[in-house]
Design a protein around this ligand. Structure first.
Ligand SMILES: [Zn+2]
Length: 95
């Protein structure tokens, strides 16, 4: 499957998409993602089976759009988030 950039519409293989994730914010449970094609930076929440996009609202993050990534799993650690899909794992480190 391919995962799109919501800003420019470019589509990425999971490996390219998740390697562009950075700066896991454990308190807000968000990772930052900078599009390799257009440079747009977005925050997103990795959820079981989907990516959640939204906006800050009253001190929390309100997800209002999701992209399904079937089979994706997540595991939170103190200093990193691990994203797993198809027997591969990507680590997003805390800042
Ligand atoms: Zn883009």
């Amino acid at each position: 499957m391919l995962i799109p950039c919501l800003a420019c519409g470019s589509r990425f293989r999971p490996d390219d998409y998740f390697r562009a994730c950075h700066d896991y914010n454990r308190g807000r449970d968000l990772v930052s993602w900078t599009c390799p094609a257009c440079g747009n930076r977005d925050d997103l929440r990795v959820l079981p089976g989907e990516l959640g996009f939204g906006y800050p609202a009253r001190g929390r993050y309100a997800v209002n759009r999701t992209i399904a990534v079937p089979g994706m799993r997540r595991q939170r650690h103190d200093l990193r988030l691990e994203i797993s899909l198809d027997k591969r794992t990507w680590r997003v480190l805390s800042r």
